[in-house]
Design a protein around this ligand. Structure first.
Ligand code: C2E
Ligand code: MG
Ligand code: MG
Ligand code: MG
Length: 282
């Protein structure tokens, strides 16, 4: 488009690029400030045993309570943090906050199950993730099996041998490892077989139309069958309807999370849920 409209348009275009870069830069410094001033929050979404409806844990999901913008979802700031070293500091904050919270719940005799946190590729590459996890668990006196790390399929598959090494160390440490958004990357099955992980999370995009799209039915069945053959646990993301749950139960997917059970909620609300151990199901 710049070409067909001539020179001036190119100037405009370059100007837009700068504006975009500037916007990112100012968001990054606002985020740095936000981290320092305690504007970040962890929300929790229940993970449920699909057949019984019982709560088995939660995924911790970050939010940014921006003084002007209000509650900012992770998709609007995590990618920016991932482009800089900021994701390392945020990742450490997430681990620390989730573990401190879990410690409190355990001290209050509330059975929260396993808490999952999302980990970015950069944390694996440069963040000294193994040492950070070991120290954080130790600081809060938590057994390693109550912590789950979710890493996306593309990250788990991309980094080759170095990544496998880090995952193996984490496995030796005893934390639970799962591959997030499974089915959206390009896993080679032989590589998946060698990866030291415990479970797969079926991406929400396949679950969304499960009740009406035969391709999604085929893909979901294939993923379930792969997990079964490789001895991996399964969690379905984005369960919103009873038909989806029924399908998943019938085909042998043990656990799930989604709006059908609950949206992510602040720590205090999740704590109420733990006290009453009841999910409001339709
Ligand atoms: P994710 O790890 O795949 O998390 C699942 C996302 O799906 C969450 O969005 C959750 O709120 C949403 N979700 C759950 N159930 C349903 C449902 O039934 N329907 C629909 N439409 N959505 C559902 P959220 O919280 O906006 O997080 C988006 C992504 O941001 C996460 O995807 C994850 O990749 C990233 N993220 C969140 N927290 C963190 C964090 O602490 N660290 C890092 N590195 N990334 C994070
Ligand atoms: Mg996740
Ligand atoms: Mg996911
Ligand atoms: Mg996702």
């Amino acid at each position: 488009r710049a070409k067909e409209c001539g020179k001036n348009t190119f100037q405009f275009y370059a100007g837009d690029m700068n504006a975009h870069a500037l916007e990112r830069l100012s968001l990054e410094s606002a985020l740095r400030r936000g981290l320092a001033q305690n504007e970040l929050e962890l929300w929790y979404q229940p993970k449920v045993d699909l057949a019984s409806g019982e709560l088995c844990g939660a995924e911790a999901l970050i939010r940014w309570r921006h003084p002007q913008r209000g509650l900012v979802p992770p998709d609007e700031f995590i990618p920016i943090a991932e482009d800089s070293s900021l994701i390392i500091a945020i990742g450490e904050w997430v681990l620390h906050t989730a573990c401190r919270q879990l410690r409190r719940w355990r001290d209050a005799d509330l059975r929260a199950g396993r808490i999952a946190v999302n980990v970015s590729g950069r944390q694996f590459k440069y963040g000294g993730i193994v040492e950070t996890v070991r120290q954080t668990l130790q600081t809060h006196g938590l057994p390693s099996e109550c912590l789950e790390l979710e890493v996306t399929e593309s990250v788990a598959m991309d980094e080759g041998e170095a990544m496998t090494g880090v995952l193996r160390q984490l496995q030796q440490l005893g934390v639970y490892l799962s591959i997030d958004d499974f089915g959206t990357g390009y896993s080679s099955l032989s590589y998946l077989k060698r990866l030291p992980v415990h479970g797969l999370k079926i991406d929400r995009s396949f679950i969304m139309d499960l009740h009406k799209d035969s391709d999604d039915v085929a893909i979901t069945r294939a993923i379930i069958s792969i997990a079964h053959s490789l001895g991996l646990d399964l969690v379905a993301e984005g369960v919103e309807r009873p038909e989806q749950r029924d399908f998943l139960v019938a085909h042998g997917c043990q656990s799930g999370q989604g709006y059908f059970y609950s949206r992510p909620m602040p720590a205090e609300a999740f704590e109420q849920l733990l006290r009453h151990r009841r999910l409001a199901l339709s």
